[in-house]
Write a protein that binds this ligand. Structure first.
Ligand SMILES: *Cc1c(COP(=O)(O)O)cnc(C)c1O
Length: 365
């Protein structure tokens, strides 16, 4: 075989996901392990979503309505935005890829924060475009440096709020000033995968800015607060003219019928959302309290996860934690070689994390 892939494809770093529980248990021959590595919902899926999905099973012989009109109408109503600007995706990951695909040609540039969600980099590279990485400042998005990194070749800017993996936020007023500085050929994508967990009142909420014909995309997902990561459904809210471009490249049935039905029910399951947010906040508070005596540093967060500076190589700690049946995320692939990222779980899972970290770091000392 003589594969002739373009260099911009072969240069893409493969995405390293959190280790699945099944893989760990198969490898180590253990059961009852705990995964706090992918910022998933510890309560399981929304029960209303599960019921709706179950009811939708009988229709699986039919293709879905591609653009998901019922879910789009419900989202438009929920956010008081124009449904013509809402696009569904196979997770919000797919919206990132589609926005990049319609706006970036080879040679164009996209400004991305670093470290941040790894998919921005690969989505930009997949178009033959150039990711221009701007380092975080004090673990947060450096909007001033990002605005300065914009050139005539820039078509896209990615903002992650709260930022994965640092848990820091962008403030509403800082973002509005940033947006006003950008030339109008630049589209700003704000990824709000964790926005439901932010407790700071000054946190940027871009839904408030939609409907003003700004070059702005809001990304939301059902994977985290709504507990539907395995279902693969997310959406973007944007000016209808941009949505129109995306519909041209969107695969006709990218959001499956179960995903549409589950998301529609989850959107209405406000009790589940409230319970999720309360569980996450209580879990975070307990973890910060219980980790306080250990030889490590917990960074503050506005998401459902946070970084822990171990002061020693994270990969080794990650491996040892696996033997305790606890999966965390090593931040080596994000360039933080001494850091792990953990998300809040159920009380018992949080206790398992603390106990395992105590054991593992105790061995080191
Ligand atoms: C989890 C996550 C998403 C959501 O991805 P889906 O494809 O919707 O599951 C998007 N952005 C960030 C930063 C994330 O961490």
């Amino acid at each position: 075989m003589n594969l002739k892939a373009p260099p911009y494809i072969t240069e893409i770093a493969p995405y390293v996901p959190g280790k699945p529980i099944e893989e760990l248990e198969r490898q180590y021959g253990i059961t009852g392990s705990v995964k706090l590595a992918s910022n998933e919902n510890p309560l399981g899926p929304s029960p209303m979503a599960v019921a709706a999905i179950t009811a939708a099973l009988a229709g699986l012989n039919r293709y879905p309505e591609g653009a998901g009109p019922a879910l789009v109408a419900a989202l438009a109503e929920h956010w008081q935005v124009d449904g013509a600007g809402i696009v569904l995706g196979n997770g919000s990951d797919e919206i990132i890829a589609m926005v990049a695909r319609v706006l970036l040609a080879p040679g164009d540039e996209a400004v991305i924060p670093r470290p941040s969600f790894l998919i921005y980099d690969s989505a930009v590279r997949a178009c033959g475009a150039k990711p221009v990485a701007v380092p975080l400042k004090d673990m947060a998005m450096d909007l001033d440096a990002m605005a300065k990194a914009v050139t005539p070749a820039t078509r896209l800017v990615f903002v992650c709020n709260p930022n994965n993996p640092t848990g820091t936020i962008v403030r509403q007023k800082d973002f509005e000033a940033f947006l006003a500085r950008l030339p109008d050929h630049v589209v700003t994508v704000v990824d709000e995968a964790y926005i439901e967990f932010a407790r700071a009142p000054e946190v940027l909420q871009t839904m408030r800015l939609q409907g003003r014909d700004l070059p702005l995309v809001t990304l939301r997902t059902f994977s985290k607060a709504y507990g539907l990561a395995g279902l693969r459904i997310g959406y973007g809210v944007m000016p209808p003219a941009l949505a129109d471009l995306i519909h041209r490249v969107r695969l006709p049935f990218n959001a499956g019928s179960l995903a549409q039905a589950g998301a529609l029910a989850a959107l209405k399951d406000e009790a589940f959302l409230r319970r999720t947010i309360a569980t996450v906040h209580e879990g975070l508070d307990a973890l910060y309290r219980d980790l306080a005596g250990l030889p490590l540093r917990c960074l503050p967060t506005q998401a459902n996860f946070f970084l822990i500076d171990l002061g020693c190589p994270a990969d080794a700690v990650f491996e040892k934690m696996l033997h305790h049946g606890v999966i965390v995320r090593s931040m080596t692939s994000y360039g933080f070689c001494d850091f792990i990222r953990v998300n809040a779980g159920l009380p018992e899972e949080n206790r398992r994390l603390v106990a395992a970290l105590k054991d593992v770091l105790g061995e080191k000392i």
